[in-house]
Design a protein around this ligand. Structure first.
Ligand code: ARG
Ligand code: ASP
Length: 723
């Protein structure tokens, strides 16, 4: 039975020109590849309405959120909704900002934050807002500098060199920034040119009981009731151009902003998501899938489970610890849960088996057509993945359990890096001041006792039997003196007692007394030594070899991708996500999740009340919301008498798409993307139109909360809302 289905699947994989709903498409190529299909699916506008370099188009209202230093690695997407640079994104995207502005006195996580006027909006130095100016296909220019005799390393170096040159040329004499990235595993290259704004302010956010309703319990699942939105504003210099954070800046006047539609959509209606998906791996081979599902993900899950057990217990025990660890816990838990769904999905859809069939067909095709460059290609993967296994495991422990395990280790690593430039600092006093500020900001969200417990768990895992001895750094192994009873607890306690990194006062005193002589003392610190031990093993024994293997895999991937495209000349391929602007389109749709379980595509406020439980932190509905519900005080934000909260659609999305505008057939804003449904989170490696769903918060719930719950009517008035 299974064999037959698999063969049938393979047939579809090869015969059909792409799947409906699947794909993250390049805006500048919509006209060529997608617009007809989109219009057939109900889209009412033209390709130029979405992307045009001569006049304002929807792309001008889509914002890639990044950080100073890595502005092209967008962690989320936002959309502009007023002519004064008002921008909406997810609550979880602004979570770090909200958390950073929070204290016991001003607990914006617990209570929400709403600026009553522009003066009260809060700055977030380091956050960047990129707006795409134009894109360009530079494949030919890059290829012209390459030849087939180059080694992978030479090739990579050349690509970098040519890219930097083309980027510089493209923006010469402007305040724009250009960035070239590979597409289709390095078979094509596109340049994105951005205008990057650097003053992004927090305007409003609901309290976590709304913005994070359901918390990590509901994360990655449907049905969902999270009001996952926050409101920001982009500021520009008086000339409307990018400027560093300054009180002289003024609200940015965008070329385009989204109109908001309070009309809603129903099952079957066209929707699209316009944003910055981060990373997908749709064209991996069966070897990669097997390794991810059976080795990589399970180990990372195990390590994070141990970490989360400690953090969650701490957060449950104390309100201040809840604030301190809120953002950290969310970060650790997010990928941890996703990996678990991913493994399930890959198994359920027999992804590796499907890939094996595709690989077999590929081999046959290559042989039948005398494609010598592709014959035997698939087999070459096997040895590489066999070799990779040991290193990827060692790397998982060195990073997840080691360098990013207990936070003191990370602190020691950062301090080490900072001290490396001590010599070059002109003004030592200013230098010391900066280091002290960093330490204080670290300690603001740090709890020594919690971290010590994390270290205990990490040491235990590191020393477990899964890992070959050579991958366990000397400093992580137990010395015989701890041989009996609670050995790891005693070891960690000793380290924490002796290390200056576990004592803010001692660390600050060390910085105060910093000079050419005292700086050396830090090398004897036991946590510093532990960090060095892990780092050295990682940098000297793990990373170089892993890097070498992965470079070889990448070069095969380039060939594999080219071969797949050659074998299926009628199929329209989309490139894997790479943090560049993309369009995904599909329709609002429920799905059959499990045997006898069908989920409809909308949730409502009623469902929030059904989940209400004051004893469960994640489901404790705010009193004000209960009252609005009881009085049915919904304003104009209803559908069939209820306030819609979230909806799902078949749009193909991934991490980075959070906050992306979800648009209707006319390009109006109907929701904000923020998650995916559990049964389909393997969509980064295999998309299935039956089961993969993106989750959006309905814009009417956003408006309802801003208007009725927060009373921030001035923001409602700032937007252009179609009723
Ligand atoms: N799962 C969504 C995404 O990947 C939402 C994450 C919000 N964070 C959380 N820990 N609940 O970003
Ligand atoms: N929640 C993700 C984000 O933050 C979106 C996803 O992975 O579906 O971008």
């Amino acid at each position: 039975m299974r064999k037959i289905t698999l063969c049938f699947l393979a047939f579809i994989l090869i015969a059909l020109p792409g799947f409906a709903d699947e794909g993250m498409w390049i805006p500048m190529l919509l006209k060529k590849y997608n617009i007809e299909d989109m219009q057939k699916a109900g889209f009412k506008l033209t390709a130029e309405d979405i992307y045009d370099i001569n006049q304002a188009s929807l792309k001008d209202a889509v914002v890639g959120l990044g950080r100073e230093g890595s502005p092209f690695q967008h962690f989320c997407t936002g959309e502009i909704v007023s002519d004064e640079g008002l921008m909406i994104t997810n609550h979880h995207c602004a979570f770090g900002m909200i958390q950073a502005h929070s204290s016991l006195e001003h607990n914006y996580l617990r209570d929400g934050f709403w600026a009553n006027s522009k003066k009260e909006e809060l700055t977030n130095p380091g956050t960047t807002a990129s707006i795409l100016v134009r894109m360009e296909d530079v494949t030919e220019k890059i290829n012209a500098a390459l030849n087939s005799n180059m080694s992978e390393e030479e090739r990579a170096k050349k690509i970098k060199e040519v890219s930097r040159k083309l980027e510089a040329e493209a923006v010469k004499g402007t305040n724009l920034q250009a960035n070239i990235k590979p597409y289709f595993n390095g078979n094509q290259y596109f340049m994105s040119v951005f205008k990057i704004y650097r003053d992004v302010r927090l305007v409003g956010a609901p309290n976590s009981a709304i913005g994070k309703f359901g918390g990590d319990t509901d994360n990655w699942t449907w049905p969902r009731h999270t009001g996952d939105f926050s409101v920001l504003r982009i500021y520009a210099g008086p000339d409307n151009e990018p400027a560093a954070v300054s009180p002289n800046n003024v609200p940015y006047k965008p070329a385009k902003f989204f109109k908001v539609s309070a009309r809603g959509v129903k099952e079957g209606d066209f929707t699209m998501v316009f944003g910055y998906p981060g990373t997908t791996n749709e064209y991996l081979t069966s070897y990669a899938i097997d390794q991810i599902a059976s080795v990589e993900d399970p180990h990372k899950i195990k390590i994070r489970t141990a970490k989360l057990d400690v953090i969650n217990a701490a957060m449950e025990s104390d309100e201040l610890l809840r604030i301190k660890y809120a953002a950290k816990a969310a970060n650790v838990a997010n990928a941890w849960k996703k990996w678990q769904g991913e493994i399930k999905g890959l198994e359920r859809f027999s992804t590796a088996d499907n890939k094996r069939i595709l690989e077999r067909n590929f081999n046959q095709w290559a042989q039948a057509n005398g494609k010598t460059e592709y014959i035997g290609l698939v087999d070459r993967y096997k040895n590489l993945y066999d070799a990779r296994q040991e290193y990827i495991l060692a790397a998982a422990y060195a990073t997840e359990a080691g360098l990013r395990g207990a936070e003191v280790i990370e602190l020691a690593r950062n301090i080490k890096q900072i001290l490396e430039v001590y010599d070059q600092a002109n003004d030592k006093e200013i230098f010391k001041q900066r280091v002290k500020e960093y330490i204080q900001s670290f300690y603001k969200d740090y709890d020594v006792a919690t971290d010590e417990r994390i270290l205990v768990e990490m040491l235990k895992l590191y020393n477990n039997e899964d890992l070959d001895n050579q991958w366990i750094p000397e400093v992580v192994r137990l010395s015989p003196k701890y041989a009996k009873g609670n050995a790891y607890e005693r070891y960690a306690a000793d380290l924490f007692k002796k290390s200056i990194f576990a004592h803010e006062d001692r660390l600050l005193a060390f910085v105060n007394n910093l000079n050419d002589k005292t700086i050396k003392k830090i090398e004897k610190d036991p946590i510093y030594m532990m960090m060095e031990g892990i780092q050295n093993l990682f940098m000297e024994k793990i990373r170089p070899e892993l890097g070498r293997i992965e470079r070889e895999i990448n070069s095969l991937n380039r060939l594999w991708m080219a071969g797949l495209m050659e074998m299926q000349p009628d199929k329209i391929f989309y490139p894997d996500a790479n943090s560049t602007l993309r369009i995904a389109y599909g329709k609002v749709a429920g799905y059959k999740a499990l045997d006898a379980v069908y989920y409809t595509p909308y949730t409502t406020l009623k469902g929030i009340m059904e989940k209400d439980n004051p004893n469960i932190y994640d489901y404790d509905v705010p009193q004000k919301l209960r009252e609005l519900y009881k009085n049915r005080d919904f304003g104009p934000y209803t559908q069939d008498g209820e306030v819609p909260v979230c909806f799902i659609a078949t749009n193909h999305t991934t991490g980075g798409n959070s906050g992306s505008p979800v648009l209707d057939a006319e390009g109006n804003l109907i929701g904000l993307n923020f998650d995916r449904a559990w049964e389909g989170v393997m969509s980064d490696m295999q998309y299935s139109p039956e089961i993969c769903r993106n989750i959006a918060v309905d814009i009417r719930y956003v408006l309802f909360i801003i208007d009725k719950y927060a009373g921030a009517k001035h923001l409602i008035e700032e937007m252009e809302i179609i009723h």
